[in-house]
Design a binder for this molecule. Structure first.
Ligand SMILES: *Cc1c(COP(=O)(O)O)cnc(C)c1O
Length: 360
């Protein structure tokens, strides 16, 4: 068995321990004689799986009782519509556009009401996070929307925007469980799990209860109402059952690592190895303003497209997979999520040093 170092932005690396455990349980989950994939989502065994997953997530993130945890489908992208459909009571929302995902969310919201782009970093290819300490928040805004970690560009909000009392909605797809969060600062925290938590097909929505109402935009499909899913404990219809089971295992794995504070410490140590090298390298350089650098996604370039392509090709041959940058920005990107071991980053840097010597 040869596992590679997988730097994919998503679907992405998962803890080997979790994969092995899932493999062990594949044919017979805890004496049930069947795989979790084959199991009724209304069975006792599955009820335990989903309840434990929720309890472990609540413990990890210290989620207060007045927040619901929903396990949904449709990916993070479906939330781009679900959020305005459920939250636009006044029909107004403010968007901070710091990358492609925030932009898509903004464009989607424009279909449902008055979405205002109150800040953007598009002028410099989304390479920084704008100052959000005193933005022109709309008086009647139902919420202020951010994408907290910009997967494609490698920036991260280090301080949350001053929403002037308005509800904050945050897409945390690519920084979910990478560090401690204060859930009380948000109305909605959501993310697709395929970046840092589990297999594609599950999106987790953590939402304050007072935001869950019958009062949705006209024509909102039943399946896109938070209330339906909240009232049915994420079991209104068949949930992404196997995916939730794997998420549950990852939650337990993170608890075993010491929780989110330990995760943050490890992620900082890991990212530092790569950023320190980028800062001293004569060939490679990071593309993001230093103070806004993500711990999870690290884009870098040589400044020469051919050399970038050569690097990606040689890296792949050496066992470092998926280092090609997003098609919209080019260059390289190393995604170093929770499950990427520090050895992977150290070895990548060794490889980059060697490449630099040979190509400078
Ligand atoms: C990947 C990603 C998305 C889109 O996720 P899907 O599950 O494919 O819809 C949205 N936001 C962020 C921040 C992402 O990284």
């Amino acid at each position: 068995m040869a596992r590679v170092y997988n730097f994919s932005a998503g679907p992405a690396v998962l803890p080997e321990e979790v994969l092995k455990e899932a493999a062990d349980e594949m044919l017979d989950y805890k004496g049930t004689g069947m795989s979790v994939m084959e199991m009724s989502h209304r069975s006792k065994a599955y009820e335990t799986i989903i309840n434990e997953a929720e309890a472990d997530l609540r413990e990890l993130m210290n989620i207060p009782d007045n927040y619901k945890v929903l396990f949904l489908q449709g990916g993070a992208s479906q939330q781009f519509a679900m959020i305005p459909m459920n939250l636009m009571k006044n029909g107004v929302a403010d968007y901070i556009v710091t990358g492609q995902w925030a932009k898509k969310a903004y464009q989607e919201a424009c279909m449902y009401g008055k979405a205002n782009k109150i800040a953007s970093s598009e002028d410099e290819t989304f390479s920084y996070i704008p100052d959000c300490s005193d933005l022109p928040i709309s008086e009647d805004a139902d919420y202020v929307y951010i994408c907290e970690n910009n997967t494609i560009y490698g920036t991260k909000f280090k301080t949350l925007p001053n929403t002037k009392g308005k509800t904050l909605v945050s897409d945390v797809s690519s920084c979910f469980l990478s560090e401690p969060v204060d859930v009380t600062k948000y109305g909605v925290i959501y993310g697709g799990v395929q970046k840092n938590i589990g297999p594609a097909g599950v999106v987790i929505v953590i939402i304050r209860e007072d935001l869950i109402t019958e009062d949705t935009l006209p024509g909102t499909p039943t399946m896109l109402k938070y209330k339906i899913h909240a009232d049915n404990d994420s079991l209104y219809n068949t949930p992404p059952a196997y995916g939730i089971y794997i998420c549950g295992k990852v939650f337990k794995w993170i608890k075993k690592q010491g929780g989110l504070a330990a995760m943050k410490e490890y992620n900082e140590k890991k990212a530092k190895v790569l950023y320190d090298f980028l800062d001293e390298s004569k060939l490679f350089k990071g593309t993001v303003r230093k103070e806004d650098r993500s711990l999870m996604n690290v884009p870098f370039v040589t400044g020469n497209e051919e050399l970038d392509a050569k690097f990606v090709k040689e890296a792949k041959a050496a066992g470092f997979e998926n280092l090609k940058g997003h098609r919209s920005v080019g260059g390289m990107r190393a995604s170093i999520y929770n499950a990427m071991p520090i050895e992977g980053v150290e070895k990548l840097v060794e490889f980059m040093k060697k490449f630099e010597e040979e190509n400078l």
